[in-house]
Design a binder for this molecule. Structure first.
Ligand SMILES: CC(C)(COP(=O)(O)OP(=O)(O)OC[C@H]1O[C@@H](n2cnc3c(N)ncnc32)[C@H](O)[C@@H]1OP(=O)(O)O)[C@@H](O)C(=O)NCCC(=O)NCCS
Length: 174
């Protein structure tokens, strides 16, 4: 049995190990990382999947961005599931939970860079991002959008920029 819950600080090491196993260290060179580096995750939008022994087997986080002319939105990722737990619905459960919580918090749209054959099942589509640009190279077919509020990405154009709280500012304030 796998449970989805809010990420807690003690998940950090297991989450990072899982992400490195899933994506390798090259994950830090991705264009999406430019929108995450030095920023805090969007308030209340980091989730862990844990098995009955309390082991972390999945992770997903969302980040505050400005989606060009569409305004405030979220960037989803990375999403990863431990290879031993794949194919049992953990990824789908993390996605559903994350999108539901983002809606509850009043967010209007979510962007991501990932495999369209996987994310299309949750409603993500390339059409929503056609006139948006990321601050680096991206395969257009992997740059996807999803509207939590109908029409939120209508006519969206321009540059996607990071807008999350700065991680450094938080440390100084603490
Ligand atoms: C992608 C990932 C998160 C899916 O997690 P999961 O828990 O296995 O997902 P689910 O059990 O909810 O769904 C499994 C289904 O997704 C499909 N699927 C998994 N990865 C896929 C991909 N990259 N492209 C298309 N379909 C994919 C499986 O074939 C399976 O299909 P089925 O329902 O028809 O049998 C997981 O495979 C993973 O961590 N992969 C490595 C990192 C990664 O690629 N992350 C996100 C994509 S950029």
């Amino acid at each position: 049995m796998v449970t989805i819950r809010a990420e807690i600080s003690s998940d950090f090491a297991a989450r990072e190990a899982l992400l490195t196993k899933a994506f390798g260290v090259k994950r830090f060179r991705k264009t999406s990382e430019k929108l995450r580096a030095g920023r805090l995750v969007a308030e209340g939008l980091a989730f862990s999947a844990v098995n009955e022994k309390g082991k972390l087997v999945g992770t997903v986080r969302l980040w505050d961005i400005i989606a060009g002319s569409a305004g405030p939105a979220l960037l989803l990722g990375p999403l990863a599931v431990d290879d031993k737990a794949r194919g049992t619905g953990v990824g789908s459960a993390l996605m559903s939970h994350a999108l539901t919580e983002a809606t509850k918090r009043g967010h209007a749209a979510v962007l991501l860079v990932g495999d369209a054959p996987y994310y299309s099942r949750f409603g993500f589509a390339e059409g929503h991002t056609r006139s948006l640009h990321l601050p680096g190279p991206v395969e257009r077919a992997r740059f996807l959008g999803f509207e939590l509020a109908e029409g939120a990405l209508d006519g969206a154009e321009g540059l996607v920029a990071a807008s999350g709280r700065l991680a450094e500012a938080e440390k100084v304030a603490a």
